[in-house]
Each structure stands twice: as C-alpha cells, then as structure tokens.
Design a protein around this ligand. Structure first.
Ligand code: PLP
Length: 353
C-alpha cells in the first residue's frame, strides 16, 4: 500500500541511508517471501548463478535451491564475506547480510563494502542486502546500509520479524528500477498479499515516531539481556566463548561438541540451533546459536531457567513453543510474539502504550 511504502522510504532514508522512492518499494510477507520474489525475478532475467555466504541461513538456501538456481558458496571470515573469492567466482547475483552476518555475527568491513559495491557496479551484478536486524546495533552507531553505495545494483531487504514480530509476516524491498516490474510480476503470479490493516497500522506507527521509540526501548532491553547472557555463560563455562555480539538478537557460542550441547539443551527444554546446517558443505566450526528476542521486559534479573515460570505466566495466547529461558529464547523462538504480550496494558503492534 502506498501509505506504508511512502512511510518506509522516508524511514529507511533517515535511519539507514537507503536511496529509494515509493515506486521502487514493494511490501512482502516476510523476508523469505521477499527473497523468493527477487530470485524469481533474477531467474526470469537469466541470472541463475547466485552466491550465498558460507555459512548462511538454511531457510534462505532452501528458497534458492527450490528455484533451481546454481548456488555459489562464498566463505566468510572475520571481516565478513570474502569479496576476493566472490569476484573470482563472479556469479550473476549475491545474497549477503553485510551489517550482521548470519549466523557468524561479523560486520562486513568498510573496504569490503566498497569492493562489493564496485564489483556490482562494474560487472553489472545484483546484490541482495538482507538487513534483517540492523536496528539492534549495541556497541556503536550502525553502519549505514550497503544499498546507497550502488542503488542501481543493490536490492535492499528489511523485515519486521526482529523488531516487532515474525508472525506479522511483513517485510519490504527497495529495488533497482529495472527489477521493479519483474518483482511485481512475480508477486502477482504468487498470489500472496499482505493484510491492509497491518500495513496501515505500521505506516501510522512509523509516521507517529512510535516505532522509533519502541526500537529505542527494545535496544536498551536487548542490550541488558545480552550482557546478562554473556555474564552467565562466562560464569558457567569460561571456555565457551560468546562471539560477535555487537549487533542483533542472537549469539554464537563456541563449543567443543555441538551435537552433545544441543542434546543436553534439548533435555532441559531449551532449543538451540547448531551451526552445522548453516554450512554449505561439511561443518567447519562447532557452535550453537541462541537468541535474546522475546517478550519485552522478562521479569528476571538473570538469563536462567528462572525465567520460565514467569514466561508461562505472561506467555502470549498464541504461543506454541517451549519455554524461552535464557538460551531458549532462540533463533527458533523468534516465533515469540511480543505483539500479544500484555500485562494489563494495551499492546498495539508490539508497542506497549
Ligand atoms: C538472516 C535472516 N534474514 C531474515 C530473517 C527474517 O526472516 P522473515 O522476515 O522471513 O521472518 C531472519 C530471521 O530469523 C534471518 O535470520
């Protein structure tokens, strides 16, 4: 809907430096839907070799694989995507998480951002920038988006799944001009549409600045939660390094035996994600990732099983998962839905009023 697209274009320019216009914005049913539409449009335009980070989000790999594209894995190191390896492989397009690499958590370094944008411009390639949790930069000012470095070659993708609720299924694309028609055609062909009510409500949330207020509050809450989580892990298991936690809502914890840790956590009712499925080939490091999203203001002072009884007390009516204790508030329990969390006050679109 135009009111939401207009509000988003202003918001993204203000907060992420994204260069766009209402005509180049498309609203989608989550990042996964947005990615599927972009891949359909790329394939329709003859771009079939698409690079992904290695490791990556398994769901996104499934989406690409399901569309019959040739997936080109590109390694990630401490500075993010290895742009030299990308340039050597020279695929038609790339899906990348530059602000907060999923799952490893590194940010793409400024020289690599410049090199990536130059590759896209000079070779006329398409880069899909998945900016899924940039709102939660904890340690210093967020990098701006990659998109303004090459707006005619970078597809910008954002989502509400981290900031409000994954259940809303609301995400957005800001597209290079030439991809607008093909993406809209793919969306029409697929038949999925967003709720008009949700779009109008979100547009109002942005326009009224209450979305900014909500993010400020959540940023502080998640930072506190992260600090408690790291302190608890370090106290309990000094050998398990918690890495790359400057942004976002999930943590990577290095462990000697991933399968054993996942099994032990499962026995406690905690659902952790191993890194194993994130690799394109054989796993190269062991770790588990856990998240800190979930109900705002858990009534606990430490990320421990002490949360659980409280969680059950306050759990959203539509909650179907397991207890989201410390480590349990997982990437998987990204399904936790702050929108219905309510302690007697009115909650609208996840913002307590
Ligand atoms: C890397 C990455 N991108 C995007 C998303 C959001 O996906 P969606 O909007 O489909 O819920 C997630 C959620 O976990 C993610 O991990």
């Amino acid at each position: 809907m135009e009111p939401l697209r207009a509000a988003l274009v202003d918001y993204l320019a203000r907060t992420r430096g994204v260069l766009g216009s209402v005509d180049r914005a498309v609203i989608c049913c989550g990042a996964s839907h947005a990615l599927a539409l972009v891949v359909d449009a790329l394939v329709a335009g003859g771009r079939r070799r698409i690079a992904m980070e290695d490791p990556c989000l398994p769901r996104h790999r499934e989406i690409l694989a399901g569309r019959g594209v040739e997936i080109v894995p590109v390694p990630v190191d401490a500075e993010g995507l290895r742009v030299d390896a990308l340039v050597a492989a020279d695929p038609d397009a790339l899906l990348v998480t530059p602000t907060h690499q999923y799952p490893m958590g590194v940010a793409l370094s400024p020289p690599r951002r410049a090199a990536l944008a130059a590759w896209a411009r000079e070779r006329d390639r398409v880069v899909v920038e998945d900016d899924y949790d940039a709102e939660f930069r904890h340690e210093h000012q967020p990098f701006g988006a990659l998109q303004p470095l090459a707006p005619d070659h970078v597809v910008y993708l954002g989502t509400l799944s981290k900031t409000l609720a994954p259940g809303l299924r609301l995400a957005w694309l800001v597209l290079p001009e030439r991809l607008v028609g093909p993406v809209i055609a793919a969306k029409r062909a697929g038949g999925a549409e967003n709720s008009v009510l949700d779009q109008l409500a979100f547009a109002e949330l942005i326009r009224s600045m209450r979305y900014d207020r909500h993010l400020r509050r959540q940023r502080a809450a998640f930072r506190r939660r992260r600090d408690r989580f790291v302190a608890a892990i370090e106290a309990a298991s000094p050998a398990s390094a918690v890495t790359r936690i400057s942004t976002g809502l999930h943590f990577v914890v290095g462990v000697p035996d991933e399968a054993a840790v996942l099994a032990a956590a499962g026995a406690l009712g905690l659902k952790l994600h191993g890194l194993g499925p994130c690799w394109h080939g054989a796993p190269r490091s062991q770790g588990s990732s856990s998240g800190s999203a979930g109900p705002p203001r858990p009534p606990s002072t430490a990320p421990s099983a002490r949360w659980w009884p409280h969680w059950y007390r306050y759990k959203p009516a539509n909650w179907t998962g397991t207890a989201p204790g410390s480590a349990a508030n997982l990437v998987a329990t990204g399904k936790v839905c702050p929108i219905t969390f309510d302690r007697g006050r009115t909650c609208r679109l996840g913002v307590c009023e």
